[in-house]
Design a protein around this ligand. Structure first.
Ligand code: ATP
Ligand code: MG
Length: 431
């Protein structure tokens, strides 16, 4: 036997048994985003490596050690997108869509990061990305957070905590950065290798460390909030006031920095207590400088990304996944004449009743085997196409979930007969 090809570590198949939860999540999300006036955008999975280096920052973990980068046959360095914002901004610039226009956009798709795979952390994972481009004020930040909050409510996901913070401006961060370097340098012996590396490049990232041994040191570090410029402070206070006005509970976490370098002012994250270390389900913030940094007209923007696997896991844990769909009618076939006519007959029924689901028995089998499959399918009604019945111009029907007996229906009135059988079986079908 040939050797099996192994799947790539950290890249998952979403199997039919799991897809219901994904589709439910996606349908709720699409509907809600449309309700807030967001439009879908689809951008390529591959971009020039330079885009992510410039957008996300050379000193971030994502660019430093997590990107899937390769040289293509034309000699270009390309990278599988580790996040969606950079590609969306690139698309707005490439298509000339900035020039003072506003855009409310969302994007769903897989992202790629070479991380250590574990529950809730994968190398290919899906995000729903939501971006509001062209709006400088805290009102949009507040509306985005309201959108997220409403989504969790609609999905029936509870127990999420919203943390918010302000990173101020690049200038106010510079002053803070100096204080932070001072503090961590004084405690350098306690730092791990990762943090020591960050100390030179991007000391704010040390605050984002997931190493439990560093948490106490991080708790003692100076706070960014003490170094905010007055405009950023006013922006943040207005956001907090609007969240209180809507009744959205939040916690200010002065140590919340984000994994990507492009954020300024508002940053936020929803975290759950239930998925262990992988506790962030949705994270985002404002990135007023990014568009200009990527060569577009300076345009303020704010957005967030949800981790679909983590949210779907919460949906499943909450028992909020819809019941699996089953066929309305299972078609059992017996005899050579019947087998020859079955497809045409069922296709005619599909024309006449496009809203119903018909499952035509596949792969033959005797009567008993076919009825076993019919039962397992969950269909309330079986149609029996047999040579004898067809010779008499009829089809037999049998309710599968009731004790009432088998009936017959003339082929010419089959669609109406199916309606009646389904109604009698207590299910009028989907409309
Ligand atoms: P984390 O702190 O968990 O590494 P992050 O700060 O790197 O997350 P973002 O880059 O902001 O996350 O991505 C937004 C969301 O995408 C996260 O809140 C999380 O739910 C999800 N996410 C990020 N990385 C992964 C991954 N490797 N596997 C699954 N989901 C992920
Ligand atoms: Mg990360």
């Amino acid at each position: 036997m040939a050797v099996q090809i192994q799947p790539i570590k950290g890249m998952n198949d979403v199997l039919p048994a799991e897809i219901g939860a994904w589709q439910y999540f996606e349908a709720c999300t699409r509907e809600l985003l449309a309700g807030y006036g967001y439009e879908e955008i689809r951008v390529p999975l591959l971009e020039h490596t330079e885009l992510f280096k410039r957008a996300i920052g050379e000193h971030t973990d994502v660019v430093g050690k997590e990107m899937y980068t390769f040289v293509d046959r034309g000699g270009d360095s390309l990278t599988l997108r580790p996040e969606a914002t950079a590609g969306i901004v690139r698309a707005l610039i490439s298509n000339g869509l900035l020039r003072g226009q506003r855009h409310k956009l969302w994007c769903l798709g897989p992202m790629f990061r070479h991380e250590a795979p574990q529950a809730g952390r994968y190398r290919q994972f899906w995000q729903v990305d939501v971006e509001a481009v062209g709006c400088p004020g805290p009102d949009v930040d507040g509306e985005l957070i309201a959108l997220g909050t409403r989504l969790w409510q609609r999905l029936g996901i509870t127990g999420l905590k919203l943390e918010i913070n302000s990173l101020g401006t690049a200038e106010s961060r510079r002053e803070y950065r100096a204080r932070l370097v001072e503090y961590f340098t004084a405690h350098e012996s306690q730092l791990d290798a990762d943090s020591r590396r960050r100390l030179g490049g991007n000391p704010l990232r040390i605050l984002d460390s997931k190493n439990p041994q560093l948490q106490e040191l991080i708790r003692g570090a100076p706070l960014l909030t003490e170094h905010l410029d007055s405009d950023s402070r006013a922006h943040f206070e207005a956001l907090c006031a609007s969240l209180r006005a809507v009744g959205i509970p939040y916690e200010i976490n002065p140590r919340l920095v984000r994994g990507l370098d492009y954020y300024n002012r508002t940053v936020f994250e929803w975290i759950t207590a239930s998925t262990g270390a992988q506790n962030a389900v949705c994270s985002g913030g404002r990135y007023d400088g990014l568009i200009a940094q990527l060569g577009g007209d300076a345009t303020p923007a704010v957005g967030f990304a949800m981790g679909v696997e983590r949210l779907v896991a919460l949906l499943v844990a909450a028992g909020r996944t819809p019941a699996a769909a089953h066929p309305d009618v299972y078609v059992v076939v017996s005899g050579t004449q019947a087998a020859a006519q079955a497809l045409a007959l069922v296709e005619r029924l599909r024309n006449e009743r496009p809203q119903l689901r018909f499952e035509l028995n596949a792969g033959g089998g005797n009567f008993k085997a076919q009825f076993r499959r019919a039962d397992k399918s969950g269909a309330p009604v079986a149609l029996i196409l047999g040579d004898d019945e067809l010779a008499r111009g009829v089809v037999a029907m049998k309710p599968l979930r009731a004790s009432t007996g088998q009936t017959e229906c003339p082929i010419a009135q089959l669609a109406a007969g199916v309606d009646a059988a389904l109604a009698a079986a207590g299910q009028a079908g989907r409309s």
